[in-house]
Design a protein around this ligand. Structure first.
Ligand code: ATP
Ligand code: MN
Length: 465
């Protein structure tokens, strides 16, 4: 082949006039092949965009026999002249002069032959599903959203702060952690009490994978001002729902000197920014997903961007639910931890808008949330979204040393003096929240199941690839 610089399909389709009449070089995978006895049309995709470029092979110039390995999934290197296309839906195509097959894909074995495989089937071949239009679109949107997250915070002067993945503290005080150990499980060293002797473990104490970077994030915020984390998070909750993963990515901004109102403002601005960024930068992918999975997707995204979120105290929310006359599966009363059906009623049926629910009973929220003057509620804020339910959980943090120490003692939390030191030395009002990255992607892509918005999902009984 000649020495011609490779052009990506995205570049080619973005500026066809620059290429028409010139020799081009493209590389990619065959999506489909069709034609007749004189000519073949190959749809080539290189992952840079959802769109394919059409390769036209004239059998009077290139023998049909030379295309015997050009089947769905095979990888090609193509050179030829870019010409204006007659076909509808495309502006440019390539008249092939030379085709090299990099790698064959035996049609008898390659699983992605037909279009329209079910998402369940694709989950079983998650190692290949990025090659489908659907997952290509989702993964490009995922990338764009990750980039938007960093851009949003960087532009605001927040610092990206790396919190540890292996930790010896349990942020939420719940037992949903994966333990990290190098102790031989079939021959555990036991202490005098008959329990495992963790002083012999790798870290000299019991350690786990993090369920949240918040506590360490607070150490960053009370030094750098405003920080955010963005990293993997692990929860061993055995919840087989379409909204939970065992390994997911969380974004956790933490801001010194922010009160709860500023925290809510930031959360709302942040989500709207990310959605707008995706709409501006992933138009083709979003439109593809809208067409195939969710006709109201673009409308819903625009609606969220263009409307204020409702801000509602928990107590009011419970009253609305009680007066709704609706039969819920789980009972509603003041003090209950709201179930997904309750959250969705408020968002989808009552307000028909995203809702930020605030001031929850202290009993159902974490120890570090700031107590209100009523002594009963804490300055929590959960952002509830249509179709998703909770997308963000956050709060203003308790900055009073005595009150925080008391709450920790009440809950039997020990050995966290390092955390209390933030309140002991130069304590400040501060706030933060956690956004589940995959829940944001669910919303932006219109996908139904969180397992379909991360390349290799981890969930109970599944750790493939
Ligand atoms: P939920 O009630 O939905 O289980 P949570 O209250 O346990 O969530 P938080 O501890 O507040 O969640 O975590 C902050 C955010 O992280 C949540 O608002 C959600 O977006 C996301 N998140 C929590 N757990 C998971 C999970 N298992 N998989 C994916 N995202 C999650
Ligand atoms: Mn929460």
């Amino acid at each position: 082949m000649q020495q011609i610089k490779r052009t990506t399909v995205k570049t080619l389709l973005a500026e066809p006039d620059k290429f028409i009449g010139k020799e081009v070089d493209v590389k990619g995978w065959v999506r489909t092949r069709r034609g007749n006895k004189n000519v073949a049309f190959i749809a080539l995709n290189d992952g840079t965009t959802i769109k394919n470029v059409q390769i036209v092979v004239d059998f009077s110039k290139m023998p049909e026999e030379s295309l015997k390995d050009v089947t769905t999934g095979a990888s090609l290197h193509v050179q030829g002249e870019a010409v204006a296309s007659q076909g509808k839906g495309q502006s440019i195509e390539i008249q092939a002069a030379e085709i090299e097959v990099y790698g064959k894909a035996d049609p008898a074995e390659y699983p992605l032959q037909k279009k329209g495989h079910s998402l369940e089937f694709l989950r079983e071949i998650a190692h290949l599903r990025p090659r489908t239009n659907t997952f290509g679109a989702v993964l490009r949107i995922r990338h764009a959203l990750a980039f938007a997250v960093h851009k949003f915070f960087n532009d605001k002067g927040f610092y990206y702060f790396h919190t540890p993945l292996i930790t010896a503290s349990d942020c939420e005080g719940a037992g949903a952690q994966f333990q990290v150990t190098t102790l031989p499980l079939d021959q555990l060293p036991l202490g005098e009490d008959g329990k495992p002797d963790y002083s012999k473990d790798f870290f000299g104490k019991m350690a786990s994978l993090t369920v949240s970077g918040q506590l360490e994030g607070e150490l960053g915020a009370t030094a750098l001002g405003c920080i955010y984390t963005f990293g993997p998070t692990f929860r061993a909750e055995n919840s087989n729902t379409p909204r939970h993963l065992s390994e997911f990515w969380m974004i956790e901004p933490e801001m010194a000197f922010y009160e709860i109102e500023e925290n809510m403002d930031l959360a709302e601005e942040f989500i709207k920014y990310c959605i707008s960024y995706a709409l501006e930068n992933c138009r083709d992918d979003i439109e593809f997903l809208a067409e195939h999975f969710d006709k109201e997707l673009v409308e819903r995204l625009n609606f969220v961007i263009n409307n204020d979120f409702v801000r509602l105290p928990y107590t009011e929310g419970v009253r609305i639910l009680e007066e709704s006359g609706k039969k819920f599966e789980f009972p509603v009363y003041w003090g209950v931890d709201l179930a997904s059906e309750h959250e969705r009623y408020l968002v989808e049926e009552h307000f028909k808008k995203p809702v930020i629910l605030t001031d929850y009973p202290k009993e159902i929220k974490a120890f570090y949330m700031k107590l209100n003057d009523d002594g009963k509620t804490v300055r929590a804020m959960d952002v509830l979204f249509p179709k998703i339910g909770e997308i963000i959980g956050g709060s203003q943090r308790e900055e009073d040393y005595g009150k925080l120490r008391q709450r920790m003692a009440d809950q039997g939390l020990e050995g966290m003096d390092w955390y209390l030191d933030t309140r002991k030395f130069g304590s400040v009002p501060h706030s933060g929240f956690g956004l589940g990255f995959e829940r944001l992607i669910l919303f932006v892509t219109g996908m139904q199941n969180i397992r379909d918005v991360i390349p290799f999902p981890r969930y109970p009984n599944n750790c493939e690839f």
